[in-house]
Write a protein that binds this ligand. Structure first.
Ligand code: AMP
Length: 253
């Protein structure tokens, strides 16, 4: 009897550990709708209407801290601790990427699982794609590509992304530093970086894109989050900003 209980425990432990994804931290990626929309590609509003002039969530992405060799590695060790990074180093660069993706294609997002979050998701995680106005398709894609690698249940994955966004209102933090949407003003990259670091208490990575006239503008903010998806951390890795100029726009929307 005792032996069979021990076997059941051992097998369930093995089953759980074989599906648990190894990664080091999450990126919570938020985007400025104005900068998504005014590129040559353009955008479409969701069927719930024009989103508010606020950052919207793009996704919550599991990421490896050790990707490639060099400075990034040292930085990752300094932030996460040698032991953590060493523990996860076996997972680095699998399929040639710096992150795990599409970990369980059989696990499709169920609207029922997130039914109490739908109003908040519509407000905070709206689609801007012209393929369909249904934000559920965007959430489903993000869940399938990134969420299935998060070791979180569907509800927790979306609830934690929403909770972090709500705890650190990037639009208000930037406005507090005088960085407000405008079609004419420009802001230095370092002023945006400093405002976010001071306003949230943690460093983040920034990404620019270009408007139809080629002007650099703030497109996405990558905040770094612990493996539970609960607490911000300083970003273990830096990444190329793709900002073609030091002066950025935050276009009206
Ligand atoms: P990912 O692979 O998670 O980086 O997602 C990239 C895909 O999401 C691309 O096809 C983008 O065009 C799309 N995407 C990015 N932002 C949005 C948005 N706000 N609404 C709909 N699709 C988006």
């Amino acid at each position: 009897m005792e032996t069979s209980i021990a076997f059941v425990l051992l097998f369930s432990l093995l089953a759980v550990s074989s599906v648990a994804e190894k990664f080091d931290f999450f990126y919570l990626v938020q985007q400025w709708p104005g900068s998504f929309c005014d590129t040559r590609q353009g955008c479409c509003f969701p069927d719930t209407g024009k989103p508010a002039a606020e950052f919207g969530i793009h996704g919550l992405w599991p990421n490896y801290a050790k990707c490639g060799r060099g400075r990034g590695e040292e930085l990752a060790s300094a932030v996460l601790g040698e032991d953590d990074v060493a523990f996860f180093s076996g997972a680095v660069g699998r399929r040639g990427k710096c992150w795990p993706e599409f970990c369980d294609d059989g696990n499709a997002l169920s609207l029922w699982e997130v039914r109490d979050l739908v109003a908040s998701l519509n407000r905070n995680w709206p689609t801007l794609s012209c393929k369909s106005g249904r934000s559920f398709e965007f959430w489903s894609y993000e869940w399938k590509k990134h969420g299935t690698c998060s070791n979180l249940a569907q509800h927790d994955y979306f609830a934690r992304a929403l909770a972090i966004k709500a705890a650190y209102n990037l639009t208000a933090i930037l406005a507090g530093a005088g960085i407000v949407p405008s079609d004419t003003a420009t802001y230095s990259l370092s002023s945006v970086r400093d405002a976010i670091a001071q306003g949230t208490g943690f460093t983040a990575n920034l990404e620019c894109n270009r408007d139809a006239d080629g002007n650099a503008q703030l497109f996405q903010v990558y905040q770094c989050v612990d493996r539970q998806g609960k607490k911000l951390i300083d970003c273990p890795l830096s990444m190329p900003t793709k900002c073609s100029s030091d002066q950025l726009k935050l276009p009206l929307f």
